[in-house]
Each structure stands twice: as structure tokens, then as C-alpha cells.
Write a protein that binds this ligand. Sequence first.
Ligand SMILES: Cc1cc2nc3c(=O)[nH]c(=O)nc-3n(C[C@H](O)[C@H](O)[C@H](O)COP(=O)(O)OP(=O)(O)OC[C@H]3O[C@@H](n4cnc5c(N)ncnc54)[C@H](O)[C@@H]3O)c2cc1C
Length: 493
Amino acid sequence: MNYRVIIIGAGIVGLSIARVLSRYENIEILVIDKNPDVGWGVSKANTSIIHPCHEEDPEKHPLRTKLCIEGHNTWYEWVKELDIPSRWPGEIIVATNEVEYNVLKHYIELARRNSVPGVRLVEGEELFEFEPVINRNSIAGLYAPSAGTIDPIQACIALAENAADNNVKFVLGEKVIDIVVEDKKVKGVITDKNKYEAEIVINAAGLYADEIARMVGINDYEIRPRRGQYILFDRTVRPKPDKIIHTAPTPKTKGVYILKTTEDSLLIGPTAEDLPIDQKEATYTTNDGIKFVLENAKKIINQIPPMSHVIRTFAGLRPEPPDGNYILRFHEEPWGFFEAAGIRSPGLTAAPAIANYIKNLISQHIDLIPKKKWIHTRRRITNFLKLDMNDRNKLIEKDSRYGKIVCQCMGISEAEIIEAIGRMRKIGVKEITFDGIKFRTHSMYGRCQGIFCRPLISLIVAREVGIKPWKITLKGTNSFYGIGFVKELFLKR
Ligand SMILES: Cc1cc2nc3c(=O)[nH]c(=O)nc-3n(C[C@H](O)[C@H](O)[C@H](O)COP(=O)(O)OP(=O)(O)OC[C@H]3O[C@@H](n4cnc5c(N)ncnc54)[C@H](O)[C@@H]3O)c2cc1C
């Protein structure tokens, strides 16, 4: 028998599940997300660390620890198969006093229990040789060589493209408002625009998983938002640590990180602020939050770049389950309802393992038949400026639009923008947005944050999509940028 599966949520968790399930031929998969594009929920704004998992306590959170370790190991494969930008420099937790030093010792013990390789104390001069940016007041560091960082939104895009290559379908820009249940079984979902039938519904709705659960009468948990604020510095700032460094974790947070992103920018953050449950969209930054991040970073590094080099500040919201445990389960009633909810940190790390866990849960209830042919690779958009001269010339000969650089800060060509539009359409993005193009090409990511290139990009999108430039939005409904006939915006008032 063929089964129809609906995954609610195109975040790192829903998309990982889609990739893993796309290996089976007797299921048809539909991913639904309320945002116009994939990965625009929690998954796009986080610290981006693939954690070594020596900070997970197997006694307090056994399943989370197990999935963190498995997920970490799977990412080594996935970044290669899906061509996701990644760096694996290792991380150092820096202790500045005796209390923090004891925290490091505790993590050595957890590393031993979780079999995390190579974790060791680094003391004295070795610490400063390891990372010259570390503050001389620091007394020790805990080095974990297996830590890495990936580009989380590129990871979402890569997973979605790979899933689409394997016949997964997407409905983007539709909000699930109800789940159809008949005879104690799920029968499908209702969105604000359509109705879709399915025998299996998987709740991977991030911050809103509790609301989705309530649609089928499950009311035993709440997801609370815990905000994390960040400062992002320009790629040109110096010094930048090569290794990922961070302050000693507390029971609430893994600390404030200082790291070089996969795009070579300097990222500092996050805070950990518990917000009221009705603040699930509060992704704004605050003066206090930014101050906290800077003060904590200053404790462990000797130089913060001047604030004139900040290109943006941003915030993400962790979806906190009641006791820190992931909610991964199958429901007999209504039959066919699965949950991957409360996926707080280290959810990015654990996502591939969560997907596998959900696949195993499903296979306890239906027979999954592996496909004979499954596409396991996908390539990212070629960045013209990262190629050598020979390859650049070859590309320009094939397509002269590679020779037209539209984003000067990041060196992105017209051909890359056009390819991004094509790729968005392929996964069912109905509205081509500036953010969609930005996340795929890294245009508008640089120092000018799109001030110079956005008008050029808007003309390319307008031409390719057949709309007026001023109709293009930053991130969907009502986020007009106002390029072109800007008077129209005023006339409407
Ligand atoms: C500040 C911060 C720092 C973090 N740092 C790290 C880190 O360094 N390493 C790490 O491993 N993890 C980290 N995490 C955790 C990680 O980001 C999350 O665990 C992960 O992104 C959660 O993914 P998700 O798919 O569950 O949620 P989301 O990405 O939010 O996906 C859920 C999707 O569901 C959609 N949705 C919701 N309701 C509906 C509806 N009614 N209809 C249709 N669609 C709906 C949303 O639009 C969203 O796209 C961090 C998180 C934060 C916030």
C-alpha cells in the first residue's frame, strides 16, 4: 500500500525527515510551511554549531544526548553529499575563574561518557598559542576538536532541493489551521488556502508544534520561546578566531560564542532570554541583549572589532519544551500522528538523527520499501568569484551573465541570481523574495547589506519573473522594499 505523508514545517527537522523518508518508494511526501520559503523559522537564526556533544548530560537527557552524537556524525556525510558550506575547526570553552574551571572538568567527564573524541584541557601558554585572541586573564580552555559550523539556511535549502529531486513535494506560504481526524485516524490537513489528504501527519512545526498538537486534541506540552541575540561583523574585521570559542555554559545556555562563520564573517552571541509564550515572533534585538553579548565576549577575547564594522544584529527563538527533552512520538489516537517537537538546541546538530528516529518510529507501523534508485547528492550554486581564472573564463564563454557581477561585496554574478530563481521555483517557492535570493547566493550578505546590489537584483528578478520591481518583497507578504515606482507606496496611503 502507498501512504501519503504530510510534514508540517520546512525547518531543519522537517526537511531532514523529508530527505530520510524520500528513500522509500511506498510513501508520497508533502512538506507544508506557512513561510514562502524553506528554513525561515528557528532554523535560519542560530549559532550554527555542529556540537561535539560533550555538553549533553546522558542522565538528564538520554535521548537528546544520543541524537546529538548520532546527528553530529551524520553531518560529516551530509555536508559532503549535499555540498553544504561547513568548517570543522574544533571549539574551546574558556574558563576565567575557578568555578568555570570546574565546569570544564565536568565536561571532560561528560565527554568520556559520551565517547566524544579528543576532548582535553588546554592550560598555560598553550591556550594562547592555540587561539591568540583569547584573553590573557583566562585560566584554562576545554578543547573539543570535532566541533564544526555549517551554514544552517543553506543546509535547509540543500535538504529541500535534494528531497525535491527525490519526488518530495512542497506547499509553501500556506498555514496549517486544522488537522482532519476521522474514525480516530488522521486523514489530512487544512491550510488557510487548501485541504490535503494524508494517512500520516508529522508535526515538525518548531515554536508552534504545541498549537499543531492541540489540533488533534493533544494538550500535554507547551513550547516556550527563548530568545538568542547576535552581532554579525563584516568579513574584513581582524582578529578573528580560527577555532570556535565560547564562555562556560550554564544550565540554561551553552554560553556566548565567538566564531568565524562559513562565509568568513565574525559572529558573536547569543543571549538566552525566556520570553512569555505569546512572544513567538519576538525576533527583535534589544540594547540590553547586545550589551550582554558584548560584555560576555569581552571576558574571553582580547579585542572586539569596532562597532562600525557590525553589518547586522539579529535574534532567533529557541523552541523550549517543558523539561528540555525532545518530544518524538507516535500517537495511536489519532493514528498516524507523529511528533518531532520541542527541538531546542542542539537541534541543528541532532536533526539528521531525529529524522532517522522518526523514520524508525514510522517503520514500526507501516512497511517502508526502499527505493531502487535514490539521489543522494546535490550541488550548491557555483560561486563565480571562488573559481580560478581558467574556470571563470570557461563559465563566461558558456554564459556571459557570469561576467556581470551584481553584488560587489560578495562577488555574486547575474547568472547566480538567475540560477537561484530557478532553484526556488523547483522546490515550489511561489514568491521570489530578496531573502530567498540572499540565502541562496549570499548576495546582499556583505558590508552594504544590499544597499547597492538590491536595485540591480530587483531588475533581474522583475525581468525573469515578469513582475514590477517594486512588487518584489524582502520576505513575503507586505514586506515591500519599494524599489522602482516608490511613489506608488505613498499613493496607497
Ligand atoms: C539562538 C539559538 C541558537 C541555537 N544554536 C544552535 C547551535 O549552535 N547548534 C544546534 O545544534 N542547534 C542550535 N539551535 C537549535 C536549532 O536552531 C533548532 O533546534 C532547530 O532549528 C529547530 O528546527 P525545527 O525544524 O524544529 O524548527 P523551525 O526551523 O522553526 O521549523 C518549523 C517550521 O514550521 C513552520 N510552521 C509552524 N507552524 C506552522 C503552521 N501552522 N503551518 C505551516 N507551517 C508551520 C514554521 O514556519 C517553520 O518553518 C539554536 C537555536 C536558537 C534559537
